[in-house]
Design a binder for this molecule. Sequence first.
Ligand code: SF4
Length: 387
Amino acid sequence: MPGGEPLSTILDASGAPAGRRLFGLSNQQLAATLLEFSLAPYRLRQLEITLYRQRVESLDEVTTWPKELRDRVAAAGFQVGMPRIVETFRSVDGTERYLIAGDDRQTVETVWMPEGDDSPQDDEDRPNEPGAWSRATICVSSQIGCAVNCQFCLTARLGIIRNLSAGEIAGQVAAVLNRHKAEPGRDRINLVFMGMGEPFLNFDAFMAAVRLLVEQVGIPESRMTVSTSGIVPGILRFAQEPVRPRLAISLNAPNNTVREAVMPITRKWDIAEVIEAVRKVPLRPRERITFEYVLLGGVNDQGEHADEVVKLIRRANFPAKVNLIAWNPGPDVPFTMPRPEDVAVFQQRLREQGIPAFVRRPRGRDIYAACGQLKQTGGLLEIRKPA
Ligand code: SF4
């Protein structure tokens, strides 16, 4: 497991331990962590509602608790510990990219896409009022950096720095919902776990975050999609989960030879092994597996490649669709964007042969928020000495 254990102690701006995080703990974990306070079950429930439904930032705001109890818990070193947005980049298309501070001084990247990203989940055509949004997608990170080393991806340049905890993963969503005053249940929020990192190499924390987001924050699992580069043991574990997002496989090549060149992880688990593992995932009614396919100019974007993808999906023989993503340029990444006419032909070849294929509209390219562009801009937060 790359990256080691996530940190559980929150550091203050000087790097010193500042408190123990409550945000991110499940009901049982909260009960065990706060055992010394002998809290009645209804007090724990009040805390959960305040942490996850109201998403407060300080224990003082747990107003359903008597002040004396809030003070005692705070005096013992506990705090909410909701991740904070420390920097925002706004694109001309309304997309926002955030640097969010985790438990230590490292930052992680999260993206807000109002009106979604044209993925098939976003199938309603609602009017777009100026300055308003009717639905949105949040792209969530699962690790700081990534060990998978996809050749077209900027995040890969970081290597793996560390895993995120469940609180840091779910906390990205909470922080972004608060910023936009969005309410799951009232507002239509989709989550895609496609930010920095490979979720299935941080499986336990990722799934714990999913459970919190479904059961506590109130976002249905049918509105979530996780994308994996094809970590077979992770897919097999995922298949056993009772509560799980939809599954996307980051395919990006028509055969093992091309895939090895762009995704070296293929040497560990080839396309056939990945597809065999996916077959074990029990699909819900009308659910389809998504194949994500980043089109790289002249590498994997020709008509004959599309024909190979069709054969591959027919052999897989499960309900599937393809999301095509024109590669987003990044500094020093040795690929070129596909020509628009090649993207169109690729999509057409898939559709003509009965494979649903969608071209994803690039979002936030100008602020490095688009797919494969997330790279911890800003790096470590600057430590400022008190004046
Ligand atoms: S595309 Fe995803 S899995 Fe591949 S290196 Fe980038 S972040 Fe990691």
